[in-house]
Write a protein that binds this ligand. Structure first.
Ligand code: PNW
Length: 456
């Protein structure tokens, strides 16, 4: 047996997001975000689930940090709830909201766990949505101001800052397919949203650089799509190019190269002339970052064809068909394929030389089962994680500068449109009693961290 050993300074983390775990939706001055509104609207989230209580992390934070200390993680990726800190999206910060994150980061630092803070994991203050949301340019400015409030409060204790989590989901699931909050189905608006998210990111980078110590690391997280054409035919390859533009380069190009993808502008010409991109915007969007976070779960296989509308792929519906990838599936019905992660990492090595990478999310939902003694067994999750970490190891061996891996997720939580029915945690949560039970995968991860690698 050969051990797959990771670099000594490799960062081993877990990840969560505020709305998915915190609960306490109406406490200490917090007001609704678009996800409160969306989840409280009948028919939007399975089973009518909301994040009102979630995993009650707001009240059980110390217990959850203790769980991580037991796992031995070096880092913890969490998000700040904008409506807790600046409820209307304007004006001064709410002290009690900031205090929660101050206590959380203090608790992490005393457990010797590095805080990795995400400013935006989809919980836009409802008032900003009412004023136009992400399709509206001013939202980017509001985000930069909010970034400054958080930086002033936590800049002395948080070494790593991430502006946005998965702007693709925020723009295209939120405004084009409408399966995420705010649930709009306006393809043209979703393209404006994507640009304003890029602009918000860039403006926040500028504000963070001014407010944070020089040692702070500033980053963003993208859910990049590992796109493969079904065949080598020209039509299938063109379908893959379109999805690469709408899924990847729509963010990578403005952020890392200060340009819009020319083919994207052409492909979407029937929807927009992109005149909302003003002079100077692409200099802002490309404010230098220190690293890139990538979230990966599953590959995307496409062919020439059509898909239904509304879809999260504005303008591609008459050209692209999504093909179920072969092989095993998770409880989300997402195909399992670590090769997709390896492919993305090596592509970024080549396209963004000098940019350190972090896998900021990877994990799987499965239907776990408890035995009579109360132990929760999840062998499929262990196999999924082992396979994907092996892919990261192979990427490292091939010269990819991957600095860390954040397992999604620490806890079972509110899985967006799927509610509590899909469990991604390595710690089981009984949502009636809020009892936490580490699963077999938690013990497996603790062992990986302790030995600094996989058993091979
Ligand atoms: C990510 N898609 O969401 C998020 O960052 C997490 O909050 C979430 O819990 C996790 O992945 C698992 O879903 C995604 O439809 C949601 O392509 C949907 C998609 C991608 C990512």
């Amino acid at each position: 047996m050969t051990e797959l050993t990771f670099p000594a300074r490799f960062r081993w983390g877990t990840a969560t997001a505020a709305y998915q775990i915190e609960g306490a939706a109406d406490e200490d001055g917090r007001t609704p975000s678009i996800w409160d509104t969306f989840s409280r609207t009948p028919g939007k989230v399975r089973n009518g689930d909301t994040g009102d209580i979630a995993a009650d992390h707001y009240h059980r934070m110390a217990e959850d940090v203790a769980l991580m200390k037991d796992l031995g993680v070096t880092d913890y990726r969490f998000s700040v709830a904008w409506p807790r800190v600046q409820p209307t999206g304007r004006g001064p910060a709410v002290q009690k909201g900031l205090d929660f994150y101050r206590r959380l980061t203090d608790e992490l630092l005393s457990a010797d766990i590095r805080p990795v803070l995400t400013l935006y994991h989809w919980d836009l203050p409802q008032e900003l949505e009412d004023a136009g949301g992400w399709p509206h340019r001013e939202t980017a400015e509001r985000f930069a101001e909010y970034a400054g409030l958080v930086a002033d409060a936590l800049g002395d204790r948080v070494p790593t800052w991430t502006t946005l989590n998965e702007p693709w989901c925020a723009a295209f699931l939120g405004y084009a397919s409408g399966v995420h909050a705010p649930g709009r189905t306006d393809a043209a608006a979703s393209l404006r949203a994507a640009h304003h998210l890029n602009l918000a990111h860039g403006r926040a980078v500028q504000v963070l650089r001014a407010a944070l110590p020089a040692s702070a690391e500033v980053s963003l997280t993208l859910n990049l799509h590992a796109v493969r054409p079904l065949s080598d035919s020209a039509g299938d390859r063109d379908a893959a190019r379109r999805i690469d533009a709408l899924g990847n380069r729509v963010f990578l190009d403005p952020v890392f190269h200060g340009r819009l993808p020319a083919d994207l502008v052409e492909d979407t010409a029937a929807l927009t002339d992109w005149s909302f991109v003003r002079d100077g915007d692409l200099e802002v969007t490309s404010a230098p970052v220190d690293s890139l976070g990538i979230n990966y779960y599953s590959p995307t296989v496409v062919a020439a064809g059509t898909s239904e509308t509304p879809s999260p792929w504005p303008g591609a519906e008459r050209h692209v068909r999504f093909v179920p990838a072969p092989g095993p599936r998770t409880a989300m019905d997402w195909p399992v394929d670590p090769e997709g992660l390896y492919g993305l990492l090596t592509r970024l090595r080549d396209e963004l030389p000098g940019t350190p990478l972090m896998v900021t999310e990877n994990g799987a939902a499965y239907d776990d089962y408890a035995d009579p003694s109360g132990e929760v067994h999840d062998p499929e999750r262990v196999a999924y994680l082992d396979g994907h970490l092996a892919a990261v190891h192979r990427a490292l061996a091939d010269g990819v500068d991957v600095r860390g891996y954040f397992l999604w997720s620490l806890l079972d939580n509110f899985e967006w449109a799927y509610g509590y029915g899909k469990r991604f945690g390595i710690v089981h949560v009984d949502f009636a009693s809020q009892r936490r039970t580490p699963k077999d995968s938690a013990r497996w991860y603790a062992d990986v961290i302790a030995r600094g690698g996989l058993r091979g």
